[in-house]
Design a protein around this ligand. Structure first.
Ligand code: AMP
Ligand code: ZN
Length: 465
């Protein structure tokens, strides 16, 4: 079966057909490094991580570029408010961003180009647009004339004719709403508010608008036409619409084949965002004692096009799921000697997982297949019906699926010594023989040696007392 992804451009699922067979060029819009990213931002980066890991699992070579926005309205405002330099702020939060990626197990992109290192590329692209008649100047700033690009609005499904936009004014701010469809700034003339943030270029003294950086850097690192471009749904308009206009008009080529956007992380029905104040940073949650793996679990396990409702109950439930996987891995690791095979169950689980992810990255269905496998295999472990080779094969399956999800590799918390494992097996035998006095005696022996025995739905487990 082919991999199918939902293309926001066509509002339908389409077969993945890379421009160069076996290779995928991927561009994802990165953070504005003016503060700590919140976990809503990380939902977007987590979806992109899953996408990339899955493509690699399916044998594709993925080349991933994520930009760092280190000059933009919000950043300049922060410089003004704090009195710190642009460089001081962006260096601090870029470092925090990379630490957070590592904490969450998000795999690194091939490159993280920063906007301020690409001003010449942006200037060159704006000049191309100017030469081709797509721009006009006003008070030293340069704007993109959206009426010069008949395809404008196609991604966001905005009908320009109905809006009679284009001639109706322009916007200077980097972010604006759909109601404000207008010509947008490519180059912003210097104002005093910008302090010492400016570049002297052929376009005059000023700074680039936000949108041009992604067009300039995506085409520089991935070519004029590449495979997949991602972001959160809020990026569709105006940011991605503007990227398409800039890139197509400058290069004369189609820009991107597949546009993929994730729904938001929401809190009580509202988008988690800095402006609403309903956000948690990763550091907030870790300070409250939450396991980064549980946070990853919550962010990765909802289908990317479904709003993901953030609650502390969901974090607790993720903690239990992690424990379940951990316990299962411990049990598998304890199996010794010959016994039954798991080949069929393993193949069925992996096929179900793959079918689910082939279908627009349906991770929820994929994980359900894994949990069915865990439940069924636990029953067989209870019955003593599985051999060591089968257990190892099951652990290898979990490792393969962990390479995709990053949540199934939970290492055992503490290795259980062999003599303790043997006592657990003896107790199971005693119970099978209905020798309950002996079974209880073994439980007491375990406790005396510092191990608590629990009978769970998945079979007996021992934990440090
Ligand atoms: P920003 O810093 O607001 O430009 O956001 C950076 C990235 O995070 C973009 O791809 C946004 O779409 C994404 N994003 C922001 N808030 C959320 C949220 N609550 N849920 C999911 N993605 C988000
Ligand atoms: Zn972008």
């Amino acid at each position: 079966m082919a991999i199918r992804f939902y293309n926001s451009m066509h509002r339908a699922k389409e077969d993945l057909q890379p421009i160069e067979p076996g290779k995928v060029g991927l561009y994802t819009c990165g953070p504005t490094i003016y503060n700590f990213a919140h976990i809503g931002n990380f939902r977007a980066y987590m979806f992109e991580d899953l996408l990339k890991r899955y493509l690699r699992y399916r044998g594709y070579e993925v080349h991933h570029i994520m930009n760092l926005t280190d000059v933009e309205d919000k950043l300049i405002r922060t410089c003004r408010e704090t009195g710190e330099s642009l460089k001081t702020i962006t260096t601090r939060y870029a470092q925090a961003f990379f630490e957070d990626l590592d904490t969450l197990g998000i795999e690194r992109a091939e490159a993280y180009p920063a906007a301020t290192d690409h001003v010449p590329e942006m200037v060159a692209m704006i000049k191309q647009l100017r030469d081709k008649g797509h721009t006009y100047e006003s008070e030293g700033s340069i704007y993109f004339r959206i009426s010069s690009f008949p395809e404008y609005g196609k991604l966001a499904h905005i009908n320009l004719d109905e809006l009679q936009a284009g001639g109706s004014g322009r916007v200077d701010s980097d972010e604006y709403e759909r109601e404000d469809v207008r010509d947008f700034a490519l180059w912003k003339a210097y104002t005093e508010d910008d302090g010492d943030v400016f570049w002297e270029t052929e376009l005059g003294k000023g700074r680039p608008g936000w949108h041009i950086e992604c067009s300039a850097m995506a085409t520089k690192y991935l070519g004029n036409h590449f495979d997949i471009h991602c972001g959160g749904v809020d990026n569709i308009f105006p940011h991605h619409e503007n990227e398409i206009a800039q890139s197509c008009c400058a290069t004369g080529h189609q820009f991107v084949n597949l546009w993929m956007h994730c729904a938001h992380l929401v809190v009580e029905g509202k988008k988690m965002s800095k402006s609403l104040g309903n956000f948690y940073t990763l550091r907030d949650l870790i300070a409250k004692g939450y396991d980064p793996l549980a946070i990853r679990w919550v962010l990765v396990s909802t289908h990317y096009r479904q709003p993901n409702n953030f609650t502390f109950e969901a974090l607790d439930a993720a903690g239990h799921s992690i424990q379940r996987v951990r316990d299962f891995r411990v049990r598998l690791g304890e199996v010794k000697g010959p016994g039954g095979s798991l080949d069929e169950a393993i193949a069925a689980c992996e096929q179900a997982f793959q079918d689910a992810l082939d279908d627009d990255l349906n991770i929820a269905v994929g994980l359900a297949a894994v949990f069915d496998f865990i439940r069924d295999t636990n029953k067989r472990l209870d019955a003593g019906d599985i051999g060591e080779d089968a257990s190892k094969a099951a652990l290898a399956l979990l490792d393969r699926l962990d390479a995709v999800t990053g949540i199934l590799g939970a290492a055992p918390e503490r290795a259980v010594p062999e003599e303790i494992q043997q006592l657990v097996l003896d107790r199971q035998q005693a119970r099978r023989d209905k020798n309950f006095a002996r079974a209880d005696e073994i439980r007491d022996t375990l406790l005396a040696q510092g191990w608590v025995l629990e009978d769970t739905a998945d079979g007996p487990r021992v934990k440090p007392a």
